[in-house]
Design a protein around this ligand. Structure first.
Ligand code: HQG
Length: 178
């Protein structure tokens, strides 16, 4: 299996459907690397621990992380299964950005940003990253999020291990098309 394909399988397994490989995540989203390897090798006997380590290390968005002792692995964010990532709430920058597709703008400006199937709304630290996120869905549009004002009003923000900012939802009054 190519690294890209293994990365996609890891995302799918560690964020959405561990059960399809017969795995169960713990409450913080971790699974034993040994168990994961056995499950992956049932799919493709050629997958090795070294290849998993290479995919984790070379992943463009640092989507996965090993525990300190190297015995466990989890996705850093993007889960649809309920996990408690154990992130401490943090004060966000004054402005964050959300990349979306132009066709979603009317709905977003009416309802605000909703997490959809994920656990959080994902926000980017800069407009360039947001544009890349938005482009995945179609013609990109960038929204400025008044994160500092939301935080001052009591909303919690978290920053995942790979720098993505997470929050529960963003009401329309904090959004401005960029
Ligand atoms: C949109 C990727 C209509 C929202 C990225 C987005 C990110 C609404 C889509 C991570 C809406 C959900 C997450 C509303 C939100 N009406 N549309 N009220 N509220 N939306 O993929 O943020 O490669 O679940 O704008 O880089 O695009 O997976 O979220 O367009 O970090 O590691 O609903 O996924 O990372 O789409 O992306 P998604 P996202 P990975």
């Amino acid at each position: 299996m190519q690294n890209t394909q293994l990365s996609k399988l890891l995302s799918y397994t560690l964020r959405h459907r561990p059960d399809e490989l017969g795995l169960t995540l713990d409450a913080q989203g971790w699974v034993s690397v040994a168990d994961l390897l056995v499950a992956l090798q049932a799919r493709d006997a050629g997958i090795t621990r070294a290849q998993v380590e290479e995919v984790v290390a070379s992943n463009d968005k640092k989507r996965f992380a090993f525990s300190e002792d190297g015995q466990q692995i989890r996705a850093s964010q993007g889960h649809s299964v309920a996990v408690e990532l154990g992130l401490e709430p943090q004060a966000p920058p004054e402005t964050l950005y959300h990349g979306t597709a132009t066709r979603f703008l009317a709905s977003i400006m009416a309802e605000g940003l909703r997490p959809g199937s994920r656990q959080h709304v994902h926000l980017s630290p800069d407009p360039v990253t947001a544009e890349t996120v938005g482009r995945r869905h179609g013609k990109p549009a960038i929204l400025r999020v008044a994160a500092g004002a939301m935080h001052a009003a009591g909303t919690e923000f978290y920053q995942s291990a790979n720098g993505v900012w997470l929050t529960a939802a963003v009401p329309p009054r904090y959004l401005t098309p960029d």
